[in-house]
Design a protein around this ligand. Structure first.
Ligand SMILES: NC(=O)c1ccc[n+]([C@@H]2O[C@H](COP(=O)([O-])OP(=O)(O)OC[C@H]3O[C@@H](n4cnc5c(N)ncnc54)[C@H](O)[C@@H]3O)[C@@H](O)[C@H]2O)c1
Ligand SMILES: [Zn+2]
Length: 359
C-alpha cells in the first residue's frame, strides 16, 4: 500500500515515515521544510522515501500519487508561542493546508483510511476535578489569594480541600483557548463529513522522543527541560515545580498509526497520551537519570496568568488500540534522552527496537 505522510520530515512524522518504510509500505511524504522548523535540511531523510518538498497549500499532486491507500496528516505549524506571533500564517498553513488535503483525498479511488494529528490543545482548560468531599466540579480556577501564599493546587470552592484532576476523555467538548489550538480543531473539522474513507483523529498530548528539537526556544516544556539538562543548565520551574503533565512517547504514536494502517478497529477520536500524571520535578529526575547527570531544578515560585496547573488524558481507547499500556514518562525518558540522542542513528534504532518489543 502507498502511504502519504504529510509533515513527514518533522519530529513525529520522521518516526512515522521510518516505521512505515520498515513495514514495507511505499511512502510518499509532503513537507514544506518550514524554515523555522528546519534551519537546514534534516539529516535523517531516507533514500527509500519519495519526498515532495512542497507546501500543502500550493501542492499540485501528480498522477503517481492518485493511488494512495492511506494518509497520515501530520503537517502543521506548531506551537502556542508561534501562533500568537504569526496567527495568520499558522491559521492559513494549518487550515487551508488541510482543506487542500481534503480536496486531494476526496478523489483518491483506493483510499482506505485517513489519520489526522490532533492535539490536546483543542480541550483548552476543559478539565474536570474531583473533590474528596463534594464530588466532581468543572471549576478549576485558582484564587489569587492561594497563589500568593504558594498554594498552587486546585482547591474546591465549597470546602477548600485539594481537588484532583480527572483524566480528560475524548467526549469532552473541544474548547481551544488560543490560535494554535483553534487551528488544530479546524484541522479536525476540515474532515467532517468526509465520506471517501474512515477518518481517525489522534489527539496527542505533549510528545517526546528522539529528534525532539531541544534547542528550540519556543519548544514545549518537555523539550526545554531536556535541553537545559543536556546542556548542564538548571531547569527553571515556575510555581513549586510540581505541575502535572501527561507526556506521550513518540513510539506509542507510531504504534497507534501502524495498528490503524493494519486495519485494527478504532474510534473516530483517540487520545494519545500516557495517562500517567507526572510532575515537572519528577520529569527532571527521569531526564537527568537518562542522561546520567544530576539535576536540581531552580524553583522560581510565582505564577503566570493562564498557566495550567494540570494536564492529564484518559488513554483507554489508545490502550485498546495498542493492546497494552502506553509508556510512562519514567520509562520513555530512558528511550528518548540518551547521551547520543539528537544525532542520526542508523535505522532509527531506539524507536524501531521499542516497536519490535511491543508489537
Ligand atoms: N510535538 C507535540 O508535542 C505535538 C502535540 C500535539 C500535536 N502535535 C501535532 O503533531 C503533528 C506533528 O508535530 P511535530 O511535533 O512533528 O512538528 P514538526 O514541526 O516537527 O513537524 C511538522 C512538519 O510539518 C511541516 N509543515 C508545516 N506546515 C506545512 C504545510 N503547510 N505543508 C507541508 N508541510 C508543512 C514542517 O516543515 C514540519 O516538517 C502536528 O500536526 C502537530 O500539531 C504535536
Ligand atoms: Zn469540596
Amino acid at each position: 500500500m502507498k502511504v502519504l505522510v504529510t509533515g513527514g520530515a518533522g519530529f513525529i512524522g520522521s518516526h512515522v515515515v521510518d516505521a512505515c518504510a520498515h513495514e514495507g509500505y511505499e511512502v510518499v511524504c509532503v513537507d514544506s521544510l518550514d524554515p523555522a522548523v528546519h534551519p537546514k535540511a534534516p539529516d535523517y531523510l531516507r533514500g527509500d522515501v519519495d519526498y515532495r518538498f512542497e507546501d500543502l497549500r500550493s501542492w499540485q499532486p501528480s498522477a503517481d500519487v492518485e493511488n494512495v491507500g492511506a494518509i497520515v496528516h501530520l503537517a502543521a505549524l506548531g506551537g502556542v508561542t508561534r501562533a500568537s506571533r504569526e496567527p495568520a500564517n499558522v491559521i492559513d498553513a494549518n487550515c487551508r493546508g488541510t482543506a487542500r488535503l481534503v480536496e486531494y483525498a476526496s478523489r483518491l479511488p483506493e483510499l482506505k483510511h485517513v489519520i489526522v494529528a490532533g492535539s490536546f490543545s483543542v480541550y483548552g482548560s476543559n478539565y474536570e476535578y474531583a473533590c474528596p468531599e463534594c464530588g466532581v466540579t468543572r471549576d478549576a480556577s485558582r484564587q489569587e489569594s492561594d497563589l500568593a501564599s504558594n498554594r498552587y493546587e486546585v482547591y474546591c470552592r465549597n470546602c477548600n480541600k485539594e481537588a484532583r484532576i480527572l483524566p480528560i476523555t475524548e467526549s469532552a467538548p473541544p474548547s481551544p483557548l488560543e490560535t494554535y489550538g483553534a487551528s488544530k480543531y479546524m484541522q479536525e473539522l476540515c474532515f467532517r463529513g468526509f465520506s471517501r474513507a474512515p477518518v481517525t483523529v489522534l489527539r496527542f498530548s505533549s510528545v517526546y522522543g528522539d529528534r525532539l528539537r531541544l534547542d528550540d526556544g519556543e519548544a514545549t516544556i518537555i523539550a526545554r527541560l531536556a535541553g537545559w539538562i543536556r546542556a548542564g543548565e538548571q531547569p527553571l520551574l515556575f510555581e513549586d515545580g510540581r505541575q502535572i503533565r501527561d507526556w506521550v512517547y513518540v513510539g506509542d504514536i507510531v504504534a497507534a498509526v501502524l495498528s490503524i494502517l493494519k486495519g485494527k478497529p478504532v474510534p473516530a477520536v483517540v487520545n494519545v497520551c500516557s495517562g500517567v500524571p507526572t510532575r515537572l520535578t519528577e520529569a527532571c529526575e527521569s531526564i537527568a537519570s537518562a542522561y546520567g547527570v544530576s539535576c536540581v531544578p531552580k524553583i522560581l515560585g510565582g505564577y503566570r496568568t493562564g498557566d495550567m496547573r494540570h494536564c492529564l488524558g484518559d488513554p483507554a481507547a489508545l490502550k485498546r488500540l495498542l493492546e497494552r499500556d502506553p509508556v510512562s514518562f519514567k520509562d520513555g525518558a530512558a528511550l528518548a534522552f540518551r547521551p547520543d540522542s539528537g544525532r542520526f542513528l542508523e535505522g532509527n534504532k531506539p524507536c524501531a527496537e521499542f516497536l519490535s518489543h511491543t508489537a
